[in-house]
Design a protein around this ligand. Structure first.
Ligand code: AMP
Ligand code: MG
Length: 440
């Protein structure tokens, strides 16, 4: 007899994962290209600041504060002496001078960190050290320099006013006030203040972890010998890693990956675990070996586009892997990569880190000589900004237009932004610039 077949439960419905998607990208302009500002704002709209965490104050320097900090104590916390000298009643020494010094008995001593031995009675003085609490009954401090430094009696040769050399309770900070606000970038000065009010940990946003990868089969690691005429050293991953570091990121420079789709997919997938942002260079143009553009759609949602800027026209962006990690894929020419960093990566990094202002301020600078440009695209020319003797800033071009001219880029201290409607800037006209050595 056949065994009765049990009715098996229907297999659980397998939920199909949603195909990854990006928000609708901005429309291209009449020339079929996306504007630099539209592309940057699109990337910014696709990422959120990293979640805050509690951090020891020493490790918080350079990070963005995520809470208002209220001081529980006043600074100074108590009335204390600003000088080494003698605590007195001002009225007792009001008439003291070199010609008619006032002598007072020294009735005790107050070192910093200890209370006064007793109240100061009228007509006496107490030795006091800088930072020590003013004894009850005293209202001024006479510095050593205006005395004979006497131990049992002291001769005072200068008058003193009420409050002289006394640091008043709360004159710096009053208990209960907000001393630092959320969004503030913590400089060492702020860390000192936190310590002074007794705070040892704060909520901050972490440094974004940035993985930097160069793609290209022609690339060789600096320091290693070249095998053949066709190879070049990988400069991009070093340049971008250091630019990201200078922007406050924690950087993992993976270095170079050849133009091999499987290798590239593997390397990127392996790096996802430690990345808040991935940067790649190379492989996003129209060439047969532009594999970044070919394989990235397999790892997540991507947007490859053409931006109306020069250099840096081909740009790629994606949210990839399980955590939808952002990836910015830049062209391989070193100047294109650098300009892409400045235009897109730096603002994204600053948003991830919770910095209040994402964009570099644009300043106007006088052209030191005529500058020609190509209309139709925003040109990023490399410039050297000087200050004239009158304090006026002028700029000269550093090298030519080519996006391979790394020597010119290294000599520059500014990027000049010449808009799509301009093909000529006369000497003495003003031009927009980003000052690269100013950290804002
Ligand atoms: P690609 O965007 O891959 O077509 O590369 C454009 C140009 O940039 C080529 O001449 C590459 O050799 C060069 N290039 C690409 N990656 C790097 C790199 N990491 N360092 C220096 N030059 C590079
Ligand atoms: Mg390439």
């Amino acid at each position: 007899m056949p065994l009765l077949r049990r009715k098996s439960a229907p297999p659980p419905a397998v939920e199909k994962p949603e195909p990854p998607q990006l928000p609708e990208p901005p429309a291209a302009g009449p020339n079929g290209l996306r504007s630099m500002a539209d592309h940057r704002d699109y990337l910014l709209s696709c990422i959120e600041p990293l979640p805050p965490f509690g951090q020891q104050i020493l490790d918080s320097v350079g990070l963005s504060l995520c809470e208002d900090v209220t001081s529980a104590i006043s600074l100074p916390r108590f009335d204390n002496s600003a000088m080494d000298g003698y605590a007195v009643r001002a009225a007792d020494v009001a008439d003291a001078s070199e010609q008619s010094p006032v002598s007072l008995p020294v009735v005790g001593e107050v070192p910093a960190g200890s209370p006064a031995p007793h109240k100061l009675s009228p007509g006496s003085a107490m030795k006091i050290m800088t930072g020590a609490a003013i004894p009850e009954g005293a209202d001024a401090v006479v510095p050593y320099e205006a005395t004979d430094r006497g131990a049992t009696d002291v001769r005072i040769t200068e008058p003193s006013a009420v409050g002289q050399h006394v640091r008043r309770t709360g004159e710096d900070i009053t208990a209960g006030t907000v001393v630092l606000r959320a969004g503030e970038h913590l400089a060492s000065r702020a860390i000192g203040l936190l310590a002074a009010i007794g705070v040892d940990k704060v909520m901050v946003r972490p440094r974004p972890r940035v993985v930097v990868i160069s793609t290209g089969s022609e690339l060789v690691e600096p320091g290693l010998p070249m095998d053949n005429e066709q190879q070049i050293y990988d400069s991009n991953s070093y340049m971008l890693a250091s630019a990201a570091k200078a922007t406050g990121a924690q950087v993992f420079r993976v270095g170079l990956v050849p133009d091999d789709p499987e290798r590239l997919k593997q390397v990127i997938s392996d790096q996802l675990v430690r990345a808040d942002l991935i940067l790649t260079t190379g492989g996003v143009s129209q060439g047969d070996y532009d594999i970044v553009k070919q394989v990235l759609p397999e790892l997540g949602a991507t947007d490859f586009t053409q931006v109306a800027m020069q250099p840096g026209k081909p740009q790629g962006f994606g949210l990839i892997g399980e955590d939808k990690t952002p990836i910015i894929m830049m062209p391989g020419n070193p100047v294109s990569a650098f300009v892409s960093f400045e235009a897109f990566v730096r603002p994204v990094l600053r948003k991830l880190a919770g910095t209040a202002h994402y964009l570099r301020p644009t300043v106007r600078i006088f052209a030191g000589h005529p500058i020609t440009s190509v209309a139709g695209k925003l040109q990023f020319a490399r410039g050297v900004v000087h200050r004239t003797e009158e304090g006026e800033r002028t700029v000269e071009l550093a090298g030519g237009h080519g996006s391979h001219l790394l020597g010119g880029l290294a000599a520059a201290n500014a990027l000049l932004l010449i808009d799509e409607d301009t093909d000529f800037v006369a000497a003495g006209d003003e031009v927009d610039a980003w000052l690269l050595d100013e950290d804002s």
